[in-house]
Design a protein around this ligand. Structure first.
Ligand SMILES: *[C@@H]1O[C@H](CO)[C@@H](O)[C@H](O)[C@H]1NC(C)=O
Ligand SMILES: *[C@@H]1O[C@H](CO)[C@@H](O)[C@H](O)[C@H]1NC(C)=O
Ligand SMILES: *[C@@H]1O[C@H](CO)[C@@H](O)[C@H](O)[C@H]1NC(C)=O
Ligand SMILES: *[C@@H]1O[C@H](CO)[C@@H](O)[C@H](O)[C@H]1NC(C)=O
Ligand SMILES: *[C@@H]1O[C@H](CO)[C@@H](O)[C@H](O)[C@H]1NC(C)=O
Ligand SMILES: *[C@@H]1O[C@H](CO)[C@@H](O)[C@H](O)[C@H]1NC(C)=O
Length: 292
């Protein structure tokens, strides 16, 4: 596997020394990082070596004289974004009469959802979970029928009418699980965004999207999430269960302003996710929406 392939796979890289930043991490992750550090020491003598740590969700690369750590993001954005701005751009209208690119995007979304075909309910090692966690070796069924009708193929996922739906998917990061906040703990209350506090349910790792600036927020308008505003915690951890259905959130922008590039930031909220610039794993995704 080449370094580039690895980097592309996670769509996120960061180059920094391996020691300083690691001291911030906690719990399961710090255990993994310590193993990672041992691996780096082992790798110092070699060049261009890639070390994967199977039971961890981070990958450390030692390449010539720099150590790179590929930091996995907890959410992957669909449709695919372009360039350093993570642009999602299409031209409004019927295709081919003026409209452009949105059919490629809706095809991508259809393909994403085809992996969640209801047929899979009968698949091996898939359980319909309600509140509880699935039995060992099994994982929960993700029911895409619960996604808002605005974000379905029948409605072209909103792209025909400048009301696009963006999907955020958990990218199968092994052995990671969100630690819910304790809402009666006063310190927790300060970390969570205010709007999530009153309805907070520890059965979800909440995802909150908003415009980057006041200007973006105004141009973005309303945001609807479905089937839930986050990932249900009983889908974690992913330990390689066969037929695993990674949780999804459809984020619908019904009042997006046309002709303006709008910067959107989405954050996943759990006690073990820090949104600072170099946090591991990265619980923040950014993209720019432009419909014209
Ligand atoms: C959208 O169309 C433009 C111009 O036709 C093209 O350069 C770009 O690659 C297209 N984007 C996608 C995602 O296909
Ligand atoms: C799938 O489920 C079966 C029956 O519960 C179990 O015996 C098996 O170990 C599971 N497979 C894996 C890969 O965990
Ligand atoms: C939540 O926090 C409250 C107040 O600090 C504490 O009494 C309670 O035991 C905590 N609950 C859990 C499940 O940690
Ligand atoms: C996650 O794992 C499932 C089951 O192994 C697989 O079908 C799916 O393609 C994987 N998804 C991603 C984003 O890697
Ligand atoms: C996140 O990381 C920053 C920088 O290390 C630290 O100051 C802050 O306390 C951390 N926040 C949480 C919630 O852990
Ligand atoms: C985490 O994501 C944010 C938002 O996209 C980005 O600014 C930051 O550089 C990322 N951090 C790392 C270490 O990739």
């Amino acid at each position: 596997m080449s370094k580039n392939a690895l980097v592309r796979g996670y769509n996120s890289t960061s180059a920094f020394g391996a020691t300083k930043k690691e001291t911030r991490t906690k719990g399961l992750h710090s255990r993994c990082v310590r193993k990672g550090r041992i691996s780096i020491l082992g790798a110092v003598m070699l060049t261009s070596i890639i070390i994967t740590i199977p039971q961890c969700y981070g990958v450390i690369i030692r390449c010539n004289n720099s150590t790179m750590k590929v930091i996995p993001r907890l959410m992957k954005v669909f449709p695919t974004t372009e360039g350093s701005l993570n642009l999602i751009h299409y031209k409004l209208g019927r295709v081919p009469l003026g409209g452009k690119n949105w059919t490629e995007m809706t095809q991508q979304l259809s393909q994403l959802l085809s992996g969640y075909n209801t047929r899979q309910m009968n698949y091996q090692n898939i359980t319909e979970c309600s509140e509880e966690s699935p039995p060992a070796g099994h994982s929960c069924f993700f029911n895409i029928q619960l996604i808002s009708s605005e974000c379905t193929e029948a409605k072209t996922f909103g792209y025909r009418r400048s009301e696009p739906c963006i999907f955020l998917q958990f990218p199968n990061i092994s052995n990671w699980e969100p630690v819910p906040y304790n809402i009666s703990d006063p310190q927790t209350v300060n970390e969570l965004p205010e709007r999530l506090r009153s309805t907070y349910d520890p059965r979800y790792a909440y995802i909150n999207c908003e415009g980057d600036t006041a200007f973006d927020r105004e141009n973005l308008g309303f945001i609807n999430y479905s089937p839930y505003q986050g990932f249900p915690v009983n889908f974690f951890p992913y330990t390689g269960q066969p037929n695993y259905m990674p949780p999804l959130v459809a984020v619908h922008f019904p009042t997006l302003r046309i002709g303006v590039a709008v910067n959107v930031v989405c954050k996943l909220w759990a006690k073990n996710v820090n949104h600072t610039e170099d946090a591991v794993p990265n619980g923040t995704v950014r993209f720019t929406l432009l419909v014209d």
